[in-house]
Design a protein around this ligand. Sequence first.
Ligand SMILES: O=C(O)CCC(=O)C(=O)O
Length: 269
Amino acid sequence: MGEGNLDVEFNIFKIALCQLSVTPDKERNISHARKAIEDAAAKGAQLVVLPEIWNGPYSNDSFPVYAEDIDAGGDASPSTAMLSEVAQRLKITIVGGSIAERSGDQLYNTSCVFDTDGKLLAKHRKIHLFDIDIPGKITFIESKTLTAGQTPTIVDTEVGRIGIGICYDIRFQELAMIYAARGAHLICYPGAFNMTTGPLHWELLQRARATDNQLYVATCSPARDAGAGYVAWGHSTLVGPFGEVMATTEHEESIIIAEIDYSVIELRR
Ligand SMILES: O=C(O)CCC(=O)C(=O)O
């Protein structure tokens, strides 16, 4: 047990946010993510977070093509099979960004959390789908192809109690409040904001959720590809429970390593 009255294995540990480049080549994306996770673990990270939709392009045309049957596992889900294998081999916790999930006739935008034995601890299906239309700037209607998840996801790991949201979920304070009320130390939001709302709201929302609830907030974006159909803002970030930016980056590919100390949560409160 760690210090204070927080009932977790580690109160102080390193988190890695892997801001990955994503290409149309799924096999390459999987091996690229594996390598980034290995690099992060070699630098001491005990918790590794990946971006929203990291195994293929973020587009309504691509979601059905890259979708995997996570519950079937194995060959039906090479992306999560890789995450499970690497979590177990390296003895780390992974918040596996998100991938398109196929379940029966539905598709979801789903984040999987793996423990240090490679076990799938939780699956979060994005609750608030991103339907946006800002004329002349950005139009994206996720609900054309995806179905919304129905439930908040909070999970006990060796590195604390973690609430999960995906991208647009960060705009909904109620979800973060539910996680805080249930004792979350950290909320992880894999997310791919864009060039219109990214500069305006990405950091603001992270700092707001952290300040409102006095907990850690971590986000992880894909790296920016100016030639992609959807251009991600980047700027993956860790925010502390005082709303302070503890570590961040620009839009290129990078691995952010930062220290989290949960005893600070009690101090701030
Ligand atoms: O809320 C926003 O401005 C961006 C959300 C987003 O990109 C997403 O949910 O994928």
